[in-house]
Design a protein around this ligand. Structure first.
Ligand SMILES: [Zn+2]
Length: 226
């Protein structure tokens, strides 16, 4: 069994508000934090620019890993050229679902962490208030982690601090760990608009969360982008 460094944490940073919150959560808990971002042919490259900016502002080193094969699988609105549908399709899932994406991401993150002697893996997934993606569920990720720990004989620890929080509670957590203002640099809109379109399911969920938390979304303040 490889004993990995308990002081080191790896945050999967997508450039979205949840992973940004997780980055600040990790900075409040662990002495050494590194960020990992996947370039998987996402339709909106603005997410990658956001991840770079957020990591830079946090003073955290960011590694970009290319997973271009995900886009070649096709058939979804995040990597393909399908329009984003807000209603679920025949499989009961929105067409923004990339099958097994979080399991693939976690596998790469664990392999990276193994090579860099990092014990803690931090993933900003949430099963409470999300679009029903089965790879965001706690049970899925715990099973994936068990498989990775066995497969690499390493003592990884997985943290999903947002798993059972509502969007409003996630925003309260961002505030608590000093990341609320940094959400100005995060990207959420499925249509890739900046400032956000306000109409897509992701924008609506974000707006609802801020409204329920009683906070202003700093992203909506264009001045804060400078
Ligand atoms: Zn939008």
């Amino acid at each position: 069994m490889k004993s990995l460094d308990a002081n080191r944490a790896l945050v999967l940073l997508s450039g979205g508000q949840d992973s940004t919150t997780c980055l600040y959560w990790a900075l409040s808990k662990f002495p050494k934090v590194h960020a990992l971002c996947f370039e998987y042919g996402q339709r909106h490259r603005i997410e990658l620019e956001c991840a770079r900016k957020i990591a830079e502002r946090a003073g955290v080193e960011l590694t970009m890993l290319s997973l271009s094969g995900l886009a070649e699988l096709g058939g979804n609105a995040l990597t393909g050229d399908l329009p984003v549908e807000s209603k679920p399709g025949g499989d009961g899932l929105p067409n923004t679902f990339v099958p097994g994406r979080n399991i693939i991401f976690l596998s790469y993150a664990a392999a990276y962490a193994y090579q860099h002697n990092i014990r803690h893996l931090i993933l900003g997934v949430c099963q409470t208030d999300y679009s029903g993606y089965p790879d965001c569920r706690d049970v899925t990720l715990k099973a994936a982690l068990r498989s990775l720990s066995l497969g690499m004989e390493a003592n990884f620890e997985l943290h999903t601090p947002l798993m059972f929080l509502t969007k409003a509670e996630t925003i309260a957590l961002a505030k608590e760990v000093g990341g609320l203002e940094e959400l100005a640099y995060s990207h959420t809109c499925y249509n890739g608009d900046r400032p956000p379109c306000g109409d897509c399911p992701a924008c609506q969920l974000r707006a609802k969360g801020f409204a329920e938390a009683g906070e202003q979304d700093p992203l909506l303040n264009i001045e804060s982008q400078k």
